[in-house]
Write a protein that binds this ligand. Structure first.
Ligand code: FAD
Length: 462
């Protein structure tokens, strides 16, 4: 490589790094984005084949965190954003059957007593205990697990059939270890401010948005990656370029397998353990802190059928599987009931999720074993006859950071130490960001801080 000094080297081309590079380029700074894989996008991958559009990993952008939607609009994708189809009912597996989550619920918790009373998912004892949440005294603890919070406030049944599969499940994690404060600060705040989650939700009078909580793009979430990449100047993104070392002597030197680049600042938008490997020579305690962020491995299986092979109505978005129910699946989604245009006419696409923090050994199985386990479980639940027309397995080894109890304190320590290395910035899902919108916001914030640092460096008396 024969770059002279560049203003910013961004290491890691997931959505965090791409957003950072895009932002920096708009500020007229020179940028290189170095990505180990042949193509950018990180865990965001969309496969398009013969009329099937398959998101391997993420498939939805949360609307109430606006950074991803805002980026889509900036990139000219505003008119392509599409809400989920209706009905948006999600289901929970109990005793081998799928039960709908009460309408008008927030994060699964029923807002109205009438809806809770009607819910077929819970026993009367469980419903009464959930309704009694308003009388449970507030407890001020520094941090606690999702399991501890939900059981303390709503009881054991709510933990087993709501908190565990929904709140921990969407983070592919173990409810006994994930931090409620890091992942669901609104619940913690609700208890702190109103003394009760239900009272706080009711006082806020949050009506579910008529267009739903999520959007996607007709070509899958991969369209966002394609659009950001296309907006970057040619030569900015270097794929198949693994960074192997980071040195500092005035300027940074970023070493790759094919050469080195000198940079005024560096943004590491990598999994925390990959950042740790690069930071070890610069600051070993900082590397140790990054190494301590745990990661889980997950897999998704996508199965495409003729619609008439599936007897289940697929009326809704999909289902989650509580840990207490057992089985290989964490969740399943009915892709063609969520988004239009994902399968050829007369066909249906479903996905299954496996592994994660609660089932860490699942991914030791062979590809064939995983695929067969998912296919059998989905066939039984959705009454599917015959073999799929299309089947795909995607593995995500150590790609789901687990924001466990103590995560926020660890990240604060990481930020304090990293702040002492002028010109070095950390961003992405291993640190503060949860999901794509946060990653976009975090990448852009890191870009802003890097830009300010570069401006300072270039001042005549600096
Ligand atoms: C199965 C699954 C489903 C999900 N569903 C959703 C969803 O529907 N909605 C949502 O908002 N979020 C979802 N998420 C979470 C979301 O996808 C992530 O939070 C986000 O994409 C992480 O982006 P990132 O850039 O921080 O990290 P990553 O995507 O992990 O990117 C890091 C990049 O760094 C690269 N890299 C690593 N080491 C090096 C090195 N030494 N040199 C150079 N490059 C390196 C990697 O190759 C990778 O491309 C899902 C995640 C998974 C796994």
């Amino acid at each position: 490589m024969n770059d002279s000094v560049v203003d910013v080297v961004v290491v890691g081309g997931g959505i965090t790094g791409l957003s950072a590079a895009y932002d920096l380029q708009r500020r007229d700074l020179s940028v290189r984005l170095l990505e180990a894989a042949p193509r950018p996008g990180g865990v965001i991958r969309t496969e398009r084949l013969d009329g099937w559009i398959i998101d391997a990993g993420p498939d939805a952008l949360l609307v109430h965190k606006p950074a991803a939607v805002a980026l889509c609009r900036e990139l000219g994708l505003g008119d392509r954003l599409m809400p989920t189809l209706t009905p948006r009912t999600a289901y929970i597996l109990r005793d081998g059957r799928l039960w709908p989550i009460a309408e008008g619920s927030l994060l699964g918790f029923p807002v109205s007593l009438a809806a809770l009373a009607r819910s077929p998912l819970f026993t009367w004892a469980g419903k009464l205990r959930m309704a009694a949440e308003v009388f449970i005294p507030r407890t001020d603890v520094e941090d606690e697990s999702i399991a501890s919070f939900v059981e303390r406030r709503f009881g054991r049944e709510a933990l087993d059939y709501l908190g565990e599969p929904l709140l921990a499940g969407i983070h592919a994690g173990d409810a006994d270890r994930l931090s409620v404060r890091a992942l669901f600060p609104r619940l913690v705040e609700a208890e702190r401010q109103a003394g009760s989650v239900l009272r706080s939700i009711r006082a806020m009078r949050i009506a579910p948005s008529p267009s739903g909580a999520f959007v996607s793009l007709p070509g899958g979430v991969g369209e966002l990656v394609d659009a950001v990449s296309a907006a970057l100047a040619p030569g900015t993104v270097r794929g198949s370029t693994r960074v192997t070392g980071l040195r500092r002597a005035g300027l940074f030197t970023v070493d790759t397998e094919t050469g080195s680049i000198a940079a005024r600042t560096v943004i590491l938008s990598l999994p925390a353990y990959a950042a740790a490997a690069l930071l070890r020579a610069l600051d070993a305690p900082l590397a140790d802190l990054c190494d301590d962020v745990p990661y889980a491995s997950t897999a998704t299986v996508a199965l495409g059928y003729r619609r008439d092979q599936i007897r289940h109505p697929l009326s809704g978005t999909g289902f989650v599987v509580p840990r207490v129910e057992g089985g290989p699946l964490l969740a399943g989604t009915w892709v063609t009931s969520k988004w239009p245009g994902r399968a050829p006419a007369g066909c249906a696409l479903v996905r299954g999720f496996l592994g994660g923090g609660r089932d860490p050994h699942r991914l030791d199985q062979s590809d064939e074993g995983l695929m067969a386990a998912a296919r059998e479980a989905l066939s039984e639940l959705l009454q599917i006859d015959g073999a799929p027309m299309v089947e795909r397995l995607y593995r995500f080894p150590r790609q789901s950071p687990q924001h466990e109890v103590g995560h926020l304190a660890r990240v604060a320590s990481i930020e304090r130490r990293a702040g002492q290395i002028g010109g070095l910035f950390l961003a992405g899902s291993g640190f503060r960001a949860i999901g794509i919108p946060d990653c976009v916001a975090d990448g852009r914030q890191a870009a802003g801080r890097a830009a300010a640092y570069v401006t300072e460096c270039k001042m005549p008396n600096a």
